[in-house]
Design a protein around this ligand. Structure first.
Ligand SMILES: NC(=O)c1ccc[n+]([C@@H]2O[C@H](COP(=O)([O-])OP(=O)(O)OC[C@H]3O[C@@H](n4cnc5c(N)ncnc54)[C@H](OP(=O)(O)O)[C@@H]3O)[C@@H](O)[C@H]2O)c1
Length: 302
């Protein structure tokens, strides 16, 4: 199929490579032109403006967006809406919030432009392994895109989830689960490191062992094997853990739907905690213990 790709970051660039490999014709645009030059050298058609990208597609045009979620995507869609025609298709493949998808698809429907929300998982390994893809929107539009999705995903690796927003809803929950799993691995290894046996332990070997038929084997644990291989005690990095939105949205969703999700919620808060090693809340606790019980506090060196 012929399609346009907007955004050649860690995700978009490799997705284009996977599509080209399967003989799709991809017109690629990126804010920074160097990346367009690079992918053009690998077989894509380059576009140096969004107008050029649209002009190089044929109706019904398919434009896949891989940009940071939020205002950047909204701005891009507004610009596209001025250039596309009725029947054309926008696929938002970043980590948009599902409520944004519902709004956008309704706005675009006024112009008869179709909108699919595609939650894409696979990270930098997607080029090799394929991108697990969760799609929401009109089923007939999803069906039209099947050849593209077959190329992007591994076998059985894409799913029509339902109406607009459902693809990113499933992706949001996927990422919430990811937060909880990562937290559990982190805590488990911290307990090993705090044990009397710690000098006997080789964490790469333990991660590797657990990946051999154990109940907790996983791709995350395989990645941890790699990380411990490079840096056996992870001394080269600081334990500062960022988040990019989906965990927060999952927790907000849990509150809204009154579903208890303590593991995911706590793993989100643990990330917040990781960014503050002398938090105000902990200083309040220490001060209170001193006030009511005369317990010793450690003075700060200011
Ligand atoms: N990385 C992952 O593991 C992963 C996994 C699943 C989903 N996602 C989602 O996929 C989307 C893309 O992620 P990524 O990892 O590819 O991001 P990335 O590597 O940071 O690349 C971001 C892309 O967006 C462009 N961009 C950034 N700000 C822009 C702006 N203000 N105007 C126009 N273009 C702008 C960048 O262009 P320049 O080259 O000019 O900077 C680049 O092409 C995000 O929604 C992300 O949450 C990422």
């Amino acid at each position: 199929m012929r399609l346009g790709m907007i955004g050649l970051g860690r995700m978009g660039m490799n997705m284009v490579r996977r599509l080209i490999r399967d003989k799709h014709e991809v017109v690629a645009y990126n804010r920074t032109p160097d990346k367009v030059d690079k992918i053009t050298g690998e077989g894509a058609e380059g576009a140096y403006t969004v107008e050029e990208l649209v002009s190089k597609l044929f109706a019904p045009r398919i434009v896949w967006i891989m940009l940071p979620a939020g205002k950047i995507v909204d701005k891009q869609i507004s610009a596209l809406a001025e250039l596309l025609e009725p029947g054309d298709i926008i696929v938002e493949g970043g980590n948009s919030r599902y409520t944004d998808d519902i709004r956008r698809s309704a706005e675009l429907e006024n112009k008869s432009i179709h909108y699919l929300d595609a939650g894409v998982s696979g990270g930098i390994w997607g080029l090799e392994v394929g991108y697990c893809t969760m799609i929401g929107g009109e089923k007939k539009v999803f069906d039209m895109l099947t050849p593209v999705l077959e190329s992007l995903a591994p076998q059985d690796g894409f799913l029509y989830c339902g109406p607009s927003g459902s693809g990113h809803f499933v992706k949001m929950i996927h990422n919430g689960i990811e937060y909880g799993m990562m937290q559990a691995y982190g805590e488990g290894f911290a307990l090993l490191e705090a044990s009397p046996y710690k000098d006997n332990f080789d964490y790469r070997k333990i991660a590797h062992l657990w990946n051999q038929g154990s109940v907790i084997r996983s791709w995350l644990l395989e990645l941890l094997e790699d990380a411990f291989k490079e840096d056996p005690k992870l001394n080269d990095i600081i334990g500062y853990v960022d988040d990019s939105g989906e965990g927060r949205w999952t927790v907000e969703q849990a509150i809204e739907s009154r579903v208890a999700a303590p593991v995911i919620a706590n793993s989100l808060f643990a990330r917040f905690q990781s960014r503050d090693d002398n938090s105000f809340s902990d200083r309040v606790l220490a001060a209170l213990r001193r006030e009511f019980g005369g317990h010793a506090v450690k003075a700060s060196d200011k």
